[in-house]
Ligand binder design. Structure first.
Ligand code: ZN
Length: 194
């Protein structure tokens, strides 16, 4: 592994990952030299680096100063943000939707930035509960909001295609901070709007 020059972010070595994937294929009883698999290790390496790119992103760069003054302190809601992540227990995908609400204290984030924040935390090995909290904390810190609420609904392939094999189960997690936690009315408004 090479250290990236900026911020000590570890840049994965795709050739090393490809070699490991090739070994993995052999161990699984496959012939990594057969035609259909020859390029697979390199493809998997590239794909894994992409799917974990959130480790190498920085919240300040993601938000990139897209904060705007806003006189109002109404609730801002963005719902249905698609997310694709991988569970840290099985390295299998989980996917679903995230809804974010916050009440600004004069500062709002560009809408696309909320989606980018979700992506930054989703593109890592995750558990849904932690990811939900990380997104809420990041929105709180970046906006200085008086309160933030995040709800994620997701389906986990590790549950659907192995283990208990429950194809239709969906997990819901929520994180509420500030007034979303302390004020029942605020929380209810958020829940009724998403
Ligand atoms: Zn899992």
């Amino acid at each position: 592994m090479k250290k990236n020059t900026k911020k000590n972010v570890v840049k994965p070595d795709e050739r090393r990952i490809a070699a490991l994937v090739k070994e993995l294929l052999s161990e699984l009883g496959e012939d990594p030299e057969r035609e259909g698999l020859v390029k697979t290790p390199a493809r998997v390496a590239k794909s894994l680096v992409y799917l974990t790119r959130g480790y190498r992103q920085d919240i300040k760069a993601v938000v990139n100063n897209a904060k705007f003054e806003s006189g109002t302190n109404h609730m801002v809601i963005l719902k249905g943000i698609e997310l694709y992540s991988m569970c840290e227990h099985h390295m299998l995908p989980f996917y679903g939707q995230c809804s974010i609400g916050y009440i600004s204290q004069g500062k709002v984030l560009g809408v696309s930035k909320l989606a980018r924040i979700v992506d930054m935390f989703a593109r890592r090995l995750q558990i849904q509960e932690r990811m939900t909290e990380e997104i809420a904390n990041a929105v709180m810190e970046e906006t200085g909001a008086e309160g933030v609420g995040v709800i994620i609904k997701a389906k986990h392939l590790c549950m659907m295609m192995r283990g208990v094999e429950k194809q239709n189960s969906e997990m819901t997690t929520s994180a509420v901070l500030g007034t979303f936690r302390t004020d029942e009315k605020v929380r209810q408004e958020f829940l009724s709007l998403i």
